[in-house]
Design a binder for this molecule. Structure first.
Ligand code: ZN
Length: 121
């Protein structure tokens, strides 16, 4: 590796973290709905200490959540949505508050991307 490449690497932005205040706000938005509240609490447990880097909030109103072991089961329990192992794309919606979420991946072996709306539409 050249010296310049090393410098570039060092200049890369650290993983985006979310503040505890922002996490509280998300909890506040998810809590009114029983299903979404259950999902969010469960996700916090799955992400554990990595929660602050696992959650990315963007200006488009979606939360991007890093995929974790156990999320398939969590989605089933929270929303009754059963994701099959071979799903490449799945879009679901909360039956109570209409908050929607999507799951996608490029191919079967790729790590899934999961997005859920911060507020129901
Ligand atoms: Zn909901």
């Amino acid at each position: 590796m050249t010296e310049q490449a090393e410098n570039n690497e060092a200049a890369e932005a650290p993983p985006q973290t979310i503040t505890p205040g922002e996490l509280d706000k998300i909890t506040h938005y998810f809590a009114p709905c029983g299903r979404c509240g259950h999902f969010w609490v469960g996700y916090r447990v799955l992400a554990g200490e990595e929660l602050q880097t696992a959650v990315q909030q963007t200006d488009d109103g979606w939360l991007r959540l890093a995929w974790r072991q156990g999320m398939r089961n969590l989605l089933l329990k929270s929303y009754g949505s059963r994701l099959d192992v071979d799903h490449l794309h799945f879009a679901g919606v909360c039956k109570e508050c209409r908050r929607d979420f999507t799951f996608s991946r490029e191919e079967e072996d790729a790590s899934p991307r999961f997005m859920i709306r911060l507020l129901p539409v």
